[in-house]
Design a protein around this ligand. Sequence first.
Ligand SMILES: [Zn+2]
Length: 151
Amino acid sequence: MAVAMLYLLFNWYDKKYFKQNPISAKIQERVFKAEQKVLALIYNKFHIQRHIPLIISDEFHSNLYGLTSYKDKNIKIYLNKKRFKESENYMIEEVIPHEYAHAMVFLLGEKAPGDGHTALWQKICLELEGKECIQYVDNETIIREKMNSFF
Ligand SMILES: [Zn+2]
């Protein structure tokens, strides 16, 4: 029974994955590997084993990198397909840990105020080997960081 359920889950997952995502096989492979890596880190560091759907969608505005939704205790992570074009490495190395850290905050039950980039979120993001894990404290911080990158 457990085996059948698992099969269905992966079957569904694969179909959804490929139907919605005519992105290159190379990117799909990289996303899959990054997902496996982050799930292993979650298991090793937090002893939580949970399937969290990771969906690549082109239905978002191009400004957005990723999104974690939490509704009726269901967590889903979305990555913006449009962003893979020019930011493939950033999507893989930064956005995936960033979004899984949001998912973990939901799982751990913290009521995340504001935009959800709390101290706990940042700590988890770094544990999941995110490179930046920036807590976008306010607009000024973001602007300053953007300006610094020009110098
Ligand atoms: Zn975020």
